[in-house]
Ligand binder design. Structure first.
Ligand code: GLN
Length: 210
């Protein structure tokens, strides 16, 4: 069997950075650990070194953006992602990734070719759960929507992964993955596994020892 090594050549399991400034951090860490990856909470620039992918969790996107700047993480993070680091943005993380946020609200990281509507289903009280179909996952998946956004439109190069009642809830643009729901809270690791498989496929195979 071919050994898998990460980009830095020193690990046999993917290290998944989870932006830990605010929001649903631990649940993502638990999910990735259950999938066989090594989670690492990212709080400062040095934590970005050696990660094979990054998760931007749910929470509150305006607060996350402020804390990113405060912790001097924004530019390093954008550089790594622009250079191809796989990233999964969930809920607020999806808003963070979008190039366009409806209503003139400034975009956050300005990376993914999508337009999103924040708090699209109303207030916290309008949070809900629904069983949805996701491309690449067989059978229904429980989408937990907490003060969730949805994707209003996608640009060129973006593949829609899930819709619900005509609205786009998950999409992917090459290494940029985003979903409006909280897959880390559904007790079902198939979405994390699908992302992890993509990360593994894009890791550099170890050179055969001489
Ligand atoms: N409403 C939040 C925002 O737009 C996202 C909510 C969530 O991540 N559960 O930042």
């Amino acid at each position: 069997m071919m050994e898998i090594r990460n980009i830095n050549g020193n690990s046999t399991r993917p290290t998944i950075g989870i932006l830990g400034l605010q929001g649903a951090v631990e649940a993502h860490a638990d999910m990735f650990a259950a999938c066989g990856a090594a989670p690492r909470v990212v709080l400062r620039p040095a934590d970005l070194e050696g990660i094979d992918a990054l998760v931007i969790p749910g929470g509150e996107s305006t607060t996350q953006k402020k804390l990113l700047n405060f912790n001097q993480l924004a530019s390093g993070l954008v550089q790594r992602i622009a250079a191809g680091l796989p990233v999964l943005g969930t809920c607020a993380g999806l808003v963070m990734l979008a190039r366009e946020v409806e209503g003139g609200t400034a975009s956050k990281l300005n990376l993914m070719n999508i337009k999103v509507r924040r708090n699209a289903y109303g207030s916290q009280l309008d949070s809900f759960e629904a069983y949805i179909d996701i491309k690449g996952i067989s059978g229904k998946f429980l989408a937990i929507m907490i003060r969730a956004p949805y994707i209003i439109s996608v640009g060129e190069g973006v593949e829609v992964l899930a819709t619900y009642e005509g609205r786009i809830l998950a999409a992917r643009e090459k290494h940029l993955w985003g979903c409006a729901f909280h897959p880390e809270l559904s007790g079902d690791n198939r979405f994390h596994n699908m992302f992890l498989e993509y990360v593994k496929e894009n890791m550099v195979p170890a050179a055969t020892p001489a």
